[in-house]
Design a protein around this ligand. Structure first.
Ligand SMILES: [Zn+2]
Length: 88
């Protein structure tokens, strides 16, 4: 995956989410409780895809990101606690 320095984060509806992206890493403000969540935008790393999620240490919300390199954008996907299905 590419470096994501300076990329912006939005949720799947396009609503901005505060984040700090540098290199292959991004700290994302948890959409549920505002605690920082670390995601690594490299294959098979935490938060890099629906099978390698990153979990909020405070509220246990699980997220992963999809990288849109040309738009310099990261789409933050949440996995709902009560569903086994992936929130795409
Ligand atoms: Zn949280």
């Amino acid at each position: 995956m590419p470096t994501i320095t300076g990329f912006k984060c939005v949720d799947k509806s396009g609503f901005p989410i505060l984040c700090d992206a540098f290199g292959n890493n991004v700290a994302i403000r948890c959409p549920s409780c505002s605690t920082p969540i670390l995601v690594i935008a490299r294959k098979n790393q935490r938060g890099s895809d629906p099978t390698h999620v990153s979990t909020c240490v405070a509220c246990k919300l699980r997220i992963w990101i999809k990288v849109y390199e040309k738009k310099r954008l990261l789409i933050v996907h949440q996995i709902k606690e009560n569903l086994s299905a992936i929130d795409l």
